[in-house]
Design a protein around this ligand. Structure first.
Ligand code: LLP
Length: 418
């Protein structure tokens, strides 16, 4: 990761800021993001898409902090949102409604109404049932919703089962063979204007083959619809581009763009992509301190836990772990289990990981934690949400305070009758 480097005196540095300095001020656990890395990655993605009529809609769910959304907006990205909260956040960050796409299998009436009154770019419809609901709401509002039908192409993305979305058994999208009828229905219904198709086959996709297969199916569907006299002008190609959590290279935006060009080139379609992880994952770290080492040095217990970074517990995900202090990288590397203090055996960041000797008080960074990190945190075990810092060149700022303990129960009421 170009934004991370080890220095003899300053130790592990994000852009030009020593992470130990941030840990000194904020304590741990704490998240740190690199603005420069996010900007550079968005620029790289956009460069790969240059020459294609393609827009980038950043998947807000990956990291929804207002500052992150501002960086994305400044770099020319719109937003892909999946809830009222994300829609309002994106607007609060200054992303215009015209650059927002709303996805999700269970949009509530309230969310649909908000999307229509805001006048967003497009709603991605995930079922025939939802199409009827959107039509009724839009008609009642006297509005017109631009909708894309999310087609389930029944393609296996070759990723973890919990983040696969493009096979027929998943809850996502409209079954491929049903799309022509649903699209024709959309064209006939009041209050909705079908503008095209959308797909998203899964997340952390490391090869181009599943994209090629899904895009080929989608292009075929566009031709089928057009042959029926239906207007199709947009194709949302989804997100899912993976990153190399271990030593493997990141998924390639150029290869993704190539697959888009092969499938949709010359078809007179406005294309879009909605990546989350690839843009922000490598740009964030989670800082933690070793609370103690126990069990004949077998277990390294951190002050960070699954309630901060849930990915290892939930998907058996691998995250790099690097000491902050210079010099710790040399010395004995005995395989250890790196765990958190939460009362669950799944609260384990790494098993049998060869790491430099880590003493009580040593600080480490868990890498590639910028996507699906802070956004998936909980306060389980009475643990306040961790603070967040943003680094930009040689400057840094706190962009979220550590939650106060009293705020953990601030919204709670104890009724008189108990
Ligand atoms: N579009 C749609 C419709 C999605 O459902 C998602 C992610 C994205 C775009 C962005 O996908 P990305 O480019 O980030 O792969 N919590 C899991 C990942 C869940 C992804 C959910 N949908 C994890 O930590 O691996």
């Amino acid at each position: 990761r170009p934004q991370l480097s080890m220095h003899a005196f300053d130790g592990l540095t994000l852009e030009q800021v020593p992470l130990a300095r941030i840990a000194d001020v904020l304590g741990t656990p704490a998240w740190v993001y690199s603005a420069g890395a996010m900007r550079a990655r968005l620029a790289e993605l956009k460069a790969a898409m240059a020459g294609l009529p393609a827009d980038v809609h950043y998947a807000v769910k990956a990291n929804d902090h207002l500052a992150v959304l501002r960086i994305m907006a400044a770099g020319g990205a719109g937003a892909d949102v999946v809830s009222e909260g994300e829609l309002r956040r994106a607007r609060a960050a200054g992303i215009p409604a015209s650059a927002i796409v709303f996805s999700g299998v269970g949009k509530t009436e309230r969310e649909i109404r908000l999307a229509i009154t805001e006048g967003i770019h497009q709603l991605n419809v995930e079922s025939a049932e939802e199409l009827e609901v959107i039509s009724a709401i839009a008609s009642a509002l006297g509005g017109r919703a631009r909708v894309a039908l999310r087609v389930n192409p029944d393609v296996d993305a070759g990723t973890h089962a919990k983040i696969t979305t493009g096979t027929a058994e998943t809850k996502f999208g409209i079954p491929y063979d049903d799309v022509p009828a649903v699209y024709a229905r959309a064209a006939a219904l009041p209050g909705v204007e079908p503008v095209g198709l959308a797909l998203h086959i899964g997340s952390q996709i490391m090869s181009t083959a599943p994209y090629r297969a899904a895009f080929a199916r989608a292009a075929e569907m566009v031709r089928t619809l057009r042959a029926q006299g239906l207007a199709v002008s947009r194709m949302d190609c989804g997100g899912g581009l993976g990153i190399g959590y271990r030593d493997e290279p990141d998924g390639s935006p150029a290869a993704l763009a190539g697959a888009m060009r092969t499938a949709f080139g010359g078809m007179d379609l406005e294309l879009m992509v909605e990546p989350g992880r690839w843009l922000v994952g490598p740009a964030g770290v989670l800082l933690a301190t070793v609370v103690l080492v126990k069990g004949q040095e077998r277990f390294v217990v951190l002050d960070a836990a699954m309630n901060e970074l849930m990915r290892p517990a939930m998907y058996d995900a691998w995250h790099g772990i690097v000491p902050l202090a210079a010099g710790t990288a040399v010395g004995a590397t005995t395989p250890v289990d790196v765990v958190g203090p939460v009362c669950e055996s799944s609260d384990t960041f790494a098993r049998g990981r060869a790491l430099p000797r880590l003493e009580r008080g040593a600080r480490v960074a868990l890498l590639d934690a910028g996507a699906y990190g802070a956004v998936m945190s909980s306060t389980y075990n009475g643990r306040p949400l961790a603070p967040i810092a943003l680094v930009d060149g040689d400057r840094w700022a706190v962009i979220r305070e550590r939650q106060a303990h009293a705020d953990l129960w601030a919204g709670e009421r104890v009724p008189e009758f108990i």
